[in-house]
Ligand binder design. Structure first.
Ligand code: SAM
Length: 285
């Protein structure tokens, strides 16, 4: 990107955050961030300015993502490191990684990490989020912009099914959240609220499947849009419609009408196979 274009883009980012701040009468709260943002507007590398997530919102984001001891958490654009440090210190994540392109933020995060006493379970990387591999993450937090969330979206959708992505203020366009909540905060006297969104990476199920349910062989043809899918099933030579197709990570459910009765199927997707209680399916194409 040319230098002038980047500066214009950063000004746009600043305008978006300014709009949010003003919309919530948050001027006092964002004052300090504005000062920082103004200084940073000359840094051509940053895709978005620094504005920290209020601590109450950090806590709720990590609760909503159900962070626990089996998790590896990444914050993409980690600022002063507060979300990563809290994931490891307060939610016992086994590993936390923060990535930020601004060396000032990395220095602040390292200082905060030293005070937190969580040792080597947390790392901060001074890198560009669009050039760094974060595929080992089981939980990702984002406080960026809608445009940046969309730029990350194909990479996020290719992550392991069940990976939780928690964002605040900015969503994922037509990938609807699996959960959302307005979270109130009271930061140094200023009261406000932020919307927190949870997205669970769905397994990929689009295409043809050969399903076996008891005595029956059923051909499924599915078309998927994020965590929802629809399609047709051919049962005993007759076509029927698949309804209520839903994925929660690798967990799948749908309803088929067979002999005039709606039958609900639940199972787990593992690679090219789906296993349910008394049924199974294999990818056909
Ligand atoms: C809005 S702040 C969020 C900080 C932190 N995640 C929080 O919620 O408190 C966005 C952060 O992204 C960083 N950033 C901007 N563009 C980046 C990029 N391309 N790669 C890595 N970090 C970036 C900024 O330096 C800033 O610290």
């Amino acid at each position: 990107m040319q230098r002038m274009t980047r500066i214009a883009f950063l000004r746009n980012s600043l305008a978006v955050f300014t709009a949010i701040a003003l919309a919530g009468s948050a001027f006092a709260y964002f004052d300090e961030s504005y000062a920082q943002a103004s200084n940073e507007a000359d840094d051509p590398r940053l895709d978005v300015i620094y504005v920290p997530t209020p601590h109450e919102v950090v806590k709720r984001m990590l609760e909503i993502a159900k962070v626990g001891p089996n998790d590896i958490h990444y914050d993409l654009g980690s600022g002063d490191g507060r979300i990563v440090i809290s994931a490891v210190k307060d939610f016992e994540a086994k590993k936390g990684v923060g990535i930020d392109l601004d060396p000032k933020r990395i220095k602040e995060a390292q200082d905060n990490l030293a005070k937190a006493g969580v040792g080597d379970r947390v790392t901060f990387l001074n890198r560009n989020i669009f050039e760094t591999d974060f595929s080992e993450a089981s939980v990702i937090s984002l406080y960026l912009l809608s445009t940046l969330n969309l730029k990350l979206r194909p990479t996020l959708l290719d992550m392991k099914p069940g990976t939780r992505i928690v964002t605040q203020s900015f969503a994922m366009d037509n990938w609807e959240p699996d959960y959302k909540e307005s979270v109130e905060f009271d930061a140094t006297g200023y009261k406000g609220a932020r919307t927190v969104y949870l997205f669970v990476v769905p397994a990929k199920v689009g295409g043809k499947w050969a399903m076996n349910a008891g005595e029956r062989n059923i051909a499924l043809d599915l078309s998927q849009a994020f965590q929802h899918f629809k399609g047709t099933a051919t049962v005993d030579g007759k076509n029927t419609t698949i309804t209520d197709g839903k994925l929660n990570g690798a967990n799948i459910e749908f309803t088929l009408e067979i002999d005039g009765k709606p039958l609900k199927y639940e199972g787990k997707v593992e690679g090219n196979g789906i296993t349910g209680n008394n049924w199974a399916a294999k990818k056909a194409s």
